[in-house]
Design a binder for this molecule. Structure first.
Ligand code: FEO
Length: 132
C-alpha cells in the first residue's frame, strides 16, 4: 500500500492534497502492476509523471510568490527528479513489468524523502505568511 499519512503533512493544505493524490496514483500503479494490466500500467505511469510535474509547478509558484529563500535549490531537486523519470519513460514499454516496479520503487522513495526532507521546510515559512 502506498498511503499518505500525517507524518508527510507539510501543513499547507493545497500541497498536502496534491501529495495525497500522488500517493493515490502510486497505489493505482502498484495495483496495475499486480494485475498485469499493461495498458492501465502505461496510462497510470504517464498520469503520475504528468501530475507530479503539475504539482511541482504549483508548488514552485507558491514558493515564488512568497519569496521563499530556498526556492532555487528546491527547483533543482524537482528538475533532477524530472530528468531521472524521463530516463524511465524512454525505456518503458507496456509489457515491462520489472521496469514498472523499478519506477514505482523510485517514485515512492523519492516522494517520501523529498516531502519529509525538503517540502516540509517550506511549511513553517508559509504558515508565518498566513498560508495553511
Ligand atoms: Fe511536493 Fe517539492 O514537491
Amino acid at each position: 500500500m502506498y498511503t499518505w499519512n500525517d507524518d508527510y503533512s507539510v501543513n499547507v493544505s493545497v500541497c498536502d492534497k496534491e501529495h495525497q493524490k500522488l500517493f493515490r496514483l502510486m497505489d493505482e500503479l502498484a495495483g496495475s502492476i499486480n494485475n498485469v494490466k499493461s495498458e492501465l500500467l502505461a496510462h497510470t505511469i504517464y498520469e503520475l509523471i504528468s501530475y507530479a510535474s503539475e504539482h511541482f509547478t504549483n508548488e514552485e509558484q507558491l514558493m515564488e510568490i512568497n519569496d521563499y529563500p530556498a526556492l532555487e535549490q528546491h527547483k533543482k531537486d524537482h528538475d533532477k527528479f524530472k530528468e531521472r523519470i524521463q530516463d524511465f519513460v524512454v525505456k518503458f514499454s507496456d509489457d515491462n513489468e520489472a521496469l514498472a516496479n523499478e519506477v514505482l520503487e523510485y517514485l515512492r522513495n523519492w516522494f517520501v524523502n523529498h516531502i519529509i526532507g525538503v517540502d516540509k521546510k517550506y511549511g513553517p515559512y508559509l504558515n508565518e505568511r498566513g498560508i495553511t
